[in-house]
Design a protein around this ligand. Structure first.
Ligand SMILES: C[C@H](O)[C@@H](O)[C@@H](O)[C@H](O)C(=O)O
Ligand SMILES: [Mg+2]
Length: 398
């Protein structure tokens, strides 16, 4: 069956996470985890679901960009696309007029990710396989039995109180978590207190990471993180502007003697920047993101480059749907590329999974390989309707 794409629908889905400070950090103090949610309809009745992650306002701009790409997708058959997927990727990213908005970065690239994620989902469903299985097309017993190691960010968002941090850490420890990420960057004394508190809660043998979400300049990053070295973080994430490759290299060099690596990638525009980060030894942990880069296509390129440079990949997943999608990619990385779990783990945040038809399954702090066909992008219709910002707007206007 050729599965001709006959329609592309896109919805502006917003969850009011800012009300409870879920997802808050030094730069994004009121994030509403949101998605530009794409549904592809085919003539066979099979559908493909895709999304990209945003923070609330601005999702409508991504929607416009998705609509601008729709013409390149509607009318194509899945068969036609996958027989030359590279060509199709280039068609979306190299359109003579639209590439001016990027190229391959910013809003237009987020839109590309949403659309291509839906195409990959459609393909995996057509094959009756979860995406990772479509990619690796083989079974690795270890992953099926034990899953892929995860770390949690959900215990220590910046806007949480100390009481909340303590409670969440003790709950997480009980469920088997041993790797934790803490938000930092707004106030040094506050960071020292919070990091000490968490280190005390999780003990010396658990792994701790810190994330500043681009808050500092280079010199400030080095001095601030040096002050936090006592809690022994494995990495400092996004210490400075995500575009400053040489700045990251300087930070990496300065922090290496303290045993602290630099992690980045959740806002890295594209594979070209990842290449330069790797060439400049500017990061020690690659954080791919399923929705920032041009979908599976571009992420596979980054996984291969990371392997070439022998830098571990620890995906970013702090957002709605990001855990659901990226688990497929990291399974592929393990089974087909790295075959190594040293210093490797996938981020997990414990929010909004209940809106997905195939939510992630975490067991003993591991991602259990998804079994349902597709790329795990499909949301419950009821959730989409309830959170569709355009419908809400209309309702309030009436
Ligand atoms: C606004 C978001 O929650 C970010 O804080 C989040 O993606 C974060 O950087 C992370 O690493 O999970
Ligand atoms: Mg981060």
């Amino acid at each position: 069956m050729s599965h001709k794409i006959v329609n592309l629908r896109v919805r502006d889905v917003r969850f009011p996470t800012s009300l409870e400070q879920h997802g808050s950090d030094a730069m994004h103090t009121d994030p509403d985890y949101s998605a530009a949610y794409v549904v592809l309809d085919t003539d066979s009745g099979l559908k493909g679901f895709g999304l990209t992650f945003t923070l609330g306002k601005g999702t409508e701009i991504v929607l416009c960009a998705v609509k601008a790409l729709a013409g390149l997708v509607i009318g194509k058959s899945l068969q036609e696309i996958v027989s030359n997927f590279r060509g199709f990727y280039r068609l979306l990213t190299s359109d003579g007029q639209m590439r001016w908005l990027g190229p391959e970065k910013g809003v237009i690239h987020l839109a590309t990710a949403a659309v291509l994620n839906a195409v990959w989902d459609l393909w995996a469903r057509a094959e009756g396989k979860p995406l990772w299985k479509l990619l690796v097309d083989m079974v690795k017993d270890q992953m099926l039995k034990e899953g892929y190691p995860a770390y949690t960010t959900s215990c220590a968002w910046l806007g949480y109180s100390d009481q909340q941090l303590k409670q969440l850490c003790s709950d997480a420890l009980k469920s088997g978590w041993t790797r934790f990420k803490v938000k930092v960057g707004a106030d040094l004394e506050d960071d020292i207190r919070r990091c000490r508190l968490i280190r005390q809660m999780i003990g010396p043998s658990s792994t701790l990471m810190i994330d500043a979400n681009q808050r500092w300049d280079v010199a400030e990053a080095i001095s601030w993180v040096s002050r936090l070295a006592e809690v022994k973080p494995l990495w400092i994430e996004e210490p400075t502007s995500p575009d400053d490759i040489l700045g990251h290299a300087a930070i990496s060099k300065a922090l290496a003697p303290l045993g602290i690596g630099v992690a980045t990638g959740e806002q890295c525009h594209n594979r070209v920047m990842f290449k330069q980060f790797l060439q400049a030894s500017a990061l020690q942990f690659v954080q791919i993101d399923s929705c920032r880069l041009g979908s599976v296509n571009e992420n596979l390129a980054v996984l291969l480059m990371a392997y070439k440079f022998q830098v571990p990949v620890c995906p970013h997943a702090g957002g709605v749907g990001l855990c659901e999608l990226v688990q497929h990619l990291i399974l592929f990385d393990y089974i087909c590329v790295s075959a190594d779990l040293r210093n490797r783990m996938c981020e997990y945040v414990d929010h909004l999974h209940e809106h997905f038809t195939s939510p992630v399954v975490i067991q003993d702090a591991h991602y259990m390989p998804p079994k349902d066909p597709g790329y795990s992008c499909e949301m419950l219709e009821e959730s989409v309707n309830r959170h569709d910002a355009l419908c809400l707007e209309k309702k309030t206007k009436n």
